[in-house]
Design a protein around this ligand. Structure first.
Ligand SMILES: NC(=O)c1ccc[n+]([C@@H]2O[C@H](COP(=O)([O-])OP(=O)(O)OC[C@H]3O[C@@H](n4cnc5c(N)ncnc54)[C@H](OP(=O)(O)O)[C@@H]3O)[C@@H](O)[C@H]2O)c1
Length: 244
């Protein structure tokens, strides 16, 4: 996929935050983009972006959108905003929110990518979280859910290989993007836990991720030859880094 023009890319969870940055960057790189979310968003007028308003966690949505748009790439970004609080202050509903949204959406979209299947040479990228590696003690079941997204993406890669489908599945694990829906409350909660201001806390986090950097990184990844694509990458303000 070194040349993206004509390679339709579905970005699931594109109305805000990291997904909005990815949809915009991929469209600016020349791919027709289908932006999926429950609410409408504004995109640059010059960008070739078709919006599809849908709940990406509904079982029938991936089949319908994949049939209609015949994508060469699907990027799954959508996720719930975790309730940031200590374990004992969670309810089961707040604890399990990322399972019912992030994991559910990943399950339905990857299942459909294999069942349809997407065409040979196509790409599927799932946005998990650095929390999958390190835990996230203030966000209930979030870290486990994000680790499950990585496992499920690996399972899908195995099924693709077994069936000779030539679809490349990859997981990306971002660090804090402090201005977006998931990142902002997380940064505030961890800064308070550390007894620091948000600015001081962020000064210890290294180069900070933005939706623009996430978008540019995804374009690089889509342009990387399939034979060089790793199973998983960390993502920070310094860009992508292959994970062992
Ligand atoms: N920000 C960070 O620091 C950070 C760090 C690590 C990982 N991540 C991961 O990166 C992803 C994006 O995070 P973010 O901070 O950019 O989030 P965000 O600003 O809250 O945006 C979330 C996006 O997901 C969409 N979405 C949620 N549920 C959906 C559903 N059922 N159907 C369709 N779309 C849905 C939302 O659109 P609608 O509400 O319009 O449907 C929105 O476009 C998440 O998976 C998050 O876990 C973020």
């Amino acid at each position: 996929m070194s040349e993206l023009s004509g390679r339709t890319t579905i970005v699931v969870g594109a109305s805000r935050g990291i997904g909005h940055g990815i949809a915009t960057a991929v469209a600016e790189a020349g791919a027709p983009v289908v932006a999926v979310s429950r609410t409408a968003a504004e995109f640059p007028e010059s960008a070739d972006i078709t919006q599809e308003l849908a709940d990406a966690g509904e079982a029938a949505v991936p089949a319908s959108l994949i049939d209609r748009h015949e994508p060469a790439a699907v990027i799954v970004v959508a996720g719930a905003t975790p309730h940031m609080r200590p374990l004992q202050q969670h309810t089961w509903e707040t604890f399990s929110a990322a399972w019912d949204t992030d994991v559910r959406i990943t399950f339905h979209w990857l299942r459909e990518a294999l069942l349809t299947p997407l065409p040979p040479g196509s790409r599927v990228i799932v946005v998990s979280s650095g929390a999958a590696l390190n835990g996230s003690p203030l966000s209930g079941g979030y870290a486990g859910a994000k680790a499950t997204q990585r496992f499920v993406t690996g399972y899908a890669q195995g099924e693709s290989k077994r069936a000779g489908l030539d679809i490349t599945f990859t997981t990306v694990l971002p660090r804090f993007a402090p201005e977006t829906g998931v990142g902002k409350p997380a940064v505030a909660a961890y800064a308070a836990l550390a007894g620091m201001s948000v600015a001081e806390f962020l000064s210890h986090q290294g180069p900070l991720l933005t939706p623009k950097i996430a978008g540019e990184s995804m374009v690089d990844l889509l342009r990387t030859d399939a034979s060089d694509v790793a199973d998983a990458y960390g993502l920070s303000g310094a860009g992508l880094k292959k994970l062992a």
